[in-house]
Design a protein around this ligand. Structure first.
Ligand SMILES: [Zn+2]
Length: 284
């Protein structure tokens, strides 16, 4: 921990993990060999998010799964051509702690190269599936070796997959072999009793006035920094659902979908968002 340096990065960041309805961790999901034949929502949900962002002239960072990018290269080009950032969410969406380091590196680089081939632009950011990077510091050092300039896998609270309560929501960097890599954590508001992450099921059930209040608090605590996360499946009312999820998991996965697109529209109208690559630290 003593090798990290906290840094002020004022700005509002909206990040989207571009994946399918069945990319749910810790669940009995269809086998990879069958993915191709399944109905798809990634394209539809992502275009809907793009529409919302365009209306308020906001820019976002899209952490795209390599598997989705190969299936929908036009979608990825469209996102990039609209001025948003394309970053990596890996290729197969496997928890980091379930696969070997070698397999993880292959997965990350495969997605990076696919995305760079499609857009013709360098991919500098990575987010682990389900924020499943357990040892953040070690992971970001490895990402630096793989040519990344930032990571956004830190979820500074307890969660089912990954998450680390010891951290707070402030961005930081570390230097290794003379090179710098940044961490852009998801914003989580902690008041000592409960934690409200900005994104996911919690935000879907939090009414807008409370969400805005939380954002205000988070920005104050983190010198103007706030980072929100979203998935294409969250803005679609109708979508295929995994049938045999345990009850609590089912609730967490599908609660609050009814009006979340409207909520995201309101947030987009109320805040100016920029992509991570356009944040102050990457301006030379
Ligand atoms: Zn994901």
């Amino acid at each position: 921990m003593n090798e990290i340096r906290y840094v002020n990065i004022p700005g509002n960041f909206i990040t989207i993990d571009v994946e399918e309805w069945f990319h749910i961790l810790n669940a009995n999901i269809p086998e990879k060999k069958d993915w191709e034949t399944l109905p798809s929502i990634a394209e539809k949900g992502t275009y809907k998010i793009l529409e919302i962002l365009e209306k308020s002239n906001n820019k976002a960072t899209f952490f795209v799964l390599g598997w989705v990018a190969e299936k929908y290269p036009k979608l990825i080009r469209d996102i990039s051509n609209l001025g948003h950032e394309i970053a990596s969410h890996g290729y197969y969406h496997e928890e980091l702690y379930k696969i070997s380091e070698e397999r993880w590196k292959e997965d990350v680089l495969k997605s990076k190269y696919i995305l760079e081939d499609i857009t013709g632009k360098e991919v500098i950011g990575y987010r682990a599936p389900g924020f499943s990077s357990l040892n953040y510091i070690e992971t970001i050092k490895k990402l630096l070796d793989l040519g990344f300039k930032y990571d956004s896998s830190l979820f500074p609270a307890k969660r089912e997959t990954g998450g680390n309560n010891k951290f707070d929501s402030r961005p930081f960097y570390l230097i290794q072999k003379g090179l710098k890599i940044y961490e852009f954590p998801v914003s989580v508001y902690k008041n000592g009793v409960f934690s409200i992450p900005l994104g996911g099921g919690y935000s879907r059930i939090t009414p807008i006035p409370l969400l805005r209040h939380v954002i205000k608090k988070v920005k104050k605590l983190n010198n103007g920094y706030f980072l929100f996360y979203l998935h294409p499946r969250e803005v679609l009312k109708e979508q295929p659902k995994l049938s045999d999820l345990p009850l609590i998991k089912k609730y967490k996965t599908y609660v609050g979908l009814k009006n979340y697109d409207k909520k995201v529209s309101i947030l987009s109208e109320n805040y100016n968002f920029v992509s991570i690559k356009d944040s102050s630290v990457f301006k030379t």
